[in-house]
Design a protein around this ligand. Sequence first.
Ligand SMILES: [Zn+2]
Length: 348
Amino acid sequence: MDPKFYERYSRQILFSEIGEQGQQRLLESSAVMVGCGALGTALANLLVRAGLGKLRIVDRDFVEPSNLQRQTLFEESDASESLPKAVAAERRLNHINSGVTIEGIVADLTPQNAVELLGGFPLILDGTDNFETRFLLNDAAIHLGVPWIYAAVVASYGVTLTIRPGETACLACALESGSGNGERTTPTAAEDTCDTVGVLGAAAGVIASLEAAEAMKLLLGKFANPGGRLVSFDVWSGKYQSVRVARNPECRACVHRDLRYLQGDAQPRLTMCGRDSVQIHERRRQLDLPELGRRLAPTVAEVRENGFLLRFRVPPYEMTVFADGRAIIKGTRDTSVARSLYARYIGN
Ligand SMILES: [Zn+2]
């Protein structure tokens, strides 16, 4: 190994489960992470410092002041410039470890682009904040035949499960009814989100650390522990649980290969976590943002454009438009209001 690398990773090489060979293998490995919030930033930081060869980061959102309490890669200037998270994370991670290839992609993962964005990587990492995307990740991982690591955090509590399709329980085995009809045992509408009950950076840190260690084991081919354990941790109560999840012999996804989230019959208009907003996804519609900004300037307020997104206000709403045609409308949860604002200012 190059002496420069040897010095850099010496404390990891000394760890007998990794050693020089393991470190070399890690340097040649790669992963794709979807979602770069509290979990994603902590996880990317750990893996990039550990010397993963390449990390692709897919995120649809931009940095806001309320992210800074827990999203450890971002700084105040990222929030004041409203940088996309994938761009801000890529910049910061390049400074942390210039030997790692970081590829930040500003995009919303959808059934249409999932295989293109996730394909070619031996590991998929969950940094998302919603179950629609997680079930899409699960279906895509089964389709691609690669492992993925589910992780979620809310309030002081977090949970993670490593999924090796065909070997261990998948997310549908764990969260859908035993009959294999795809019905979820916990209605997601009733679930707490960081929008309603908040989230502690400390909880995200614990779960991201567990996820990072699992990622390293998978990339190094170390399956001494058979996986399939749902691990949960509450940093406030100190409660820790590790429960074995059995595969469902009638599982819709990993047994019968009904990959309905990937087939994507209906991609709903998404309401985002953390704010009063509706996202409108207009796929692959290239917009000329500076031109749009000039056109809108006489009729709307506070037009700002930073090369990645265009933002303006139509009181009481605020619209953020990305170059691919996607928009986030803040100030409403009503999809018809959002759709009509989109049609009026961006066009159909
Ligand atoms: Zn399954």
